[in-house]
Design a protein. Structure first.
Length: 124
């Protein structure tokens, strides 16, 4: 089966594999963040999705129902956590997976990126 460039772009966009953050002077990719977490041997943490939602400092926004439906909640999400307080701040990657897990009252797997590490990676 052949896949066109347009189909490949759509697939990458819908899968989230093309997730990037434009910092003005450079672009940080999801692969950059995952590589950083891998280099720190950051473990998976499992938590009830509803509990995580209540703990987040920022609301989940921009959720597209068709993407929630297709989301695979077995794929870990990445959550920024304040190192000093231990409070989750925001989901950097995986909002649709978290929304689906919330709707199912299921557990979600996550990896933690601490705020000071985000500042170092993103230069903010």
């Amino acid at each position: 089966m052949k896949i066109t460039r347009q189909q490949l772009r759509k697939l990458l966009k819908e899968s989230g594999l093309n997730t990037t953050w434009d910092m003005g002077d450079r672009v940080i990719s999801l692969q950059d963040v995952v590589g950083f977490l891998d280099s720190r041997a950051r473990p998976l943490i499992t938590m009830n999705a509803c509990k995580l939602k209540k703990m987040l400092a920022r609301e989940i926004t921009g959720i597209e129902p068709h993407r929630v439906q297709r989301a695979n909640i077995l794929t870990p999400i990445i959550v920024e956590v304040d190192r000093e307080t231990g409070r989750p701040i925001v989901v950097l990657d995986g909002n649709h997976r978290l929304a689906k897990a919330i709707s199912l009252d299921a557990d979600i797997h996550m990896r933690v990126l601490y705020s000071d590490e985000r500042d170092m990676l993103f230069g903010t």
